[in-house]
Design a binder for this molecule. Structure first.
Ligand code: ZN
Length: 71
């Protein structure tokens, strides 16, 4: 199983968060991402929010620089 990550830089927010979270399995990653989103972004830990985070999971490791965003 490869490395997986969620990169907060892909999701512009008012605080310009630059956190990227990576883990070896999706459950660890989602758990850490939920904790981060609740603590920093004020999200609620709901099944719906976890499902939307799952959509944000990418394979590999976070890039050193933020990916250019599609306009
Ligand atoms: Zn963040």
């Amino acid at each position: 199983m490869g490395r997986k990550f969620i990169d907060c830089r892909d999701y512009p927010s008012e605080m310009n968060c630059s956190i990227a979270i990576s883990a070896d399995n999706e459950k660890e990653l989602i758990d850490a991402a939920v904790q981060h989103a609740v603590a920093v972004h004020g999200h609620k830990d709901t099944p719906e929010f976890r499902a939307s985070l799952k959509q944000a999971v990418k394979d590999g490791t976070p890039p050193v620089k933020a990916q250019p965003r599609a306009a």
